[in-house]
Design a protein around this ligand. Sequence first.
Ligand SMILES: O=P(O)(O)O[C@H]1O[C@H](CO)[C@@H](O)[C@H]1O
Ligand SMILES: O=c1cc[nH]c(=O)[nH]1
Length: 334
Amino acid sequence: MSQNHENEEHDHFYHYEDGAFECTKPGCNVRKLRNPDGTLRPQNPNIEAIKDDFLYHLGLGAASHDLVNMFSDVQFVCMGGTSARMEIFAHYIMKEIGHSLPTGADLQDITRKSQRFAMYKVGPVLCVSHGMGVPSIGILLHEIIKLMYHAKVKNPIFFRIGTCGGIGLEPGTVIVANQAVDEMGNNYYEQKICGKVVKRPAIVDKRLVNELLALSKPEDSFKVVTGATMCANDFYEGQGRTDGAFCEHSEEDKMNYLRELQNKGVKNIEMEATIFAALTYKAGIKSALVNVALVNRLKGDQVTTPKEVMMEWQNHPQILVGRYIKKKLSENKS
Ligand SMILES: O=P(O)(O)O[C@H]1O[C@H](CO)[C@@H](O)[C@H]1O
Ligand SMILES: O=c1cc[nH]c(=O)[nH]1
């Protein structure tokens, strides 16, 4: 029989937005995602049998690298589409948390040999680019989650600091997702595995959402809102755009679709939300999707804002997540 610890607040419980939780308390039979010290349990029984589990797209191996020495102090993993953004974020967070590199040293892209993603480590913060779309971030998530396991990282928290199209929102607005849905409004990530369709719940951590929302300040130059984030499998037709190389739907079809989404509480559209929420949830990792809107899709499709303005907007999610990280690190110290 499973023991019920649901009413207790304790570090070895992992609470989910839907009320479910995983308990790692000794003696509790509830399925375990983490060990009592916060390290992750591998969810794939095959992993332990692989001698040198090679994280191919990261260019890191469980035997060829001392992953514990390199990464065990990681507490936060921040992901975003581009390598440039993640390098900027690495420099930003370094200043924010007062981390310094050894004299003469510079930030290094740890995965440069693989030439796929870019990854920077700033003390307890890992900053990684994930490319565009579900397949790309999915591969990265598999390898980063395994990295967390191999490196014995404790209670990591994952963030996606991304860009998106807003629905009825002023560009520059930050959306912290309280739900991740696909193009049909489904609250799960669907994958075909060995000829079968597997649906994995895409659950975001409501507590983390609320903590992030509380970090917005009245004096900020940008608004922070919450709502559902829609994950599309494409930037053009999949997001209802009429400016792709092909378009067999009308402007009216697009507007009807966007309004329908808006009525269902969808605030923004991007391309990674469902898999990010689903795989982190399945791994027992707290995570949040923090995106900035680059365009109001009710007003148009093209993203034509000058680069400098867009770069400034891309900082908005970084500011919010930076505040969270700084707060948590100072709480941990005291
Ligand atoms: O700016 P990033 O983080 O890549 O996010 C958004 O931008 C890309 C499309 O332009 C997709 O990856 C989408 O999710
Ligand atoms: O409209 C947008 C803007 C950025 N990223 C997207 O996926 N869609």
